[in-house]
Design a protein around this ligand. Structure first.
Ligand SMILES: [Zn+2]
Length: 233
């Protein structure tokens, strides 16, 4: 539950619903099967009842930069490639009976042959606009992916806690230490970087309050070290 609370504080919305779901999600996460956990989350909590703002921000940024790149691609696409890039149904709609062809290339050839230059350019310009309109909405939020990441994080945190508890009962406790490790990616939070490499005795009370930060863009974890071997927890 500690691990779950750790994630819960990062969410907005229906905390009561999340608390009721917690035992189900945790047992599912511990069993290694994330798929049913995701189904529960999607079924039990309505689409807009909770949010993970940090995830939403990251998703939005990623989507918007992909959208901007796709937009530029269409804008700089050579005229000769625009008609090729259209779907057949859009091409037919644009042609509006002014040219016929059984296959895509036949139709494009017929348009090029039959239409005066200006009409063809206007058609290409409309086609370019159609391609841009068909780009996925960059602001549309992927709820399913958020659920999946949540379950994944939950699983990692619950797994860490369980292993740590098992290790505490180990007969070689005195020789074992816990180490906080955080990778130095661009988005690793400062708090994790500062903790990187810090070691704790397994009976250190501070270790009880320590957990991976749970951020989507940080892969920090607590591992244990003992002479000769290492185990992730
Ligand atoms: Zn972290």
């Amino acid at each position: 539950m500690v691990a779950f609370d750790h994630l819960l504080v990062q969410l907005d919305g229906d905390t009561k619903g999340m608390r009721e779901l917690a035992p189900l999600l945790i047992s599912e996460a511990m069993s290694g099967n994330h798929y049913r956990g995701r189904e529960w989350l999607m079924k039990e909590l309505p689409h807009d009842s909770w949010r993970w703002p940090e995830f939403e921000r990251q998703w939005g940024e990623r989507q918007q930069s992909a959208y901007a790149a796709a937009l530029v691609n269409i804008q700089v696409m050579a005229d000769s490639q625009v008609l090729d890039a259209l779907r057949m149904q859009d091409l037919r709609k644009l042609a509006a009976g002014r040219a016929k062809g059984r296959g895509k290339q036949d139709l494009i050839e017929a348009l090029k042959t039959n239409l005066p230059g200006e009409d063809l350019l206007a058609l290409i310009s409309q086609g370019r606009q159609l391609l841009m309109d068909a780009l996925p909405d960059p602001y549309k939020f992927d709820y399913a992916e958020q659920c999946e990441v949540f379950i994944h994080r939950l699983s990692a945190l619950a797994y860490s806690k369980r292993n740590l508890e098992e290790l505490r009962e180990s007969p070689v406790l005195d020789q074992m230490k816990a180490v906080f490790r955080a990778g130095g990616t661009m988005n690793t939070p400062k708090t994790c970087i500062l903790r990187n490499g810090q070691t704790y005795a397994l009976n250190d009370p501070e270790l009880g309050t320590l957990a991976p930060c749970g951020r989507l863009d940080c892969s920090c974890l607590i591992s244990t070290v003992i002479e000769g071997w290492r185990r992730n927890v």
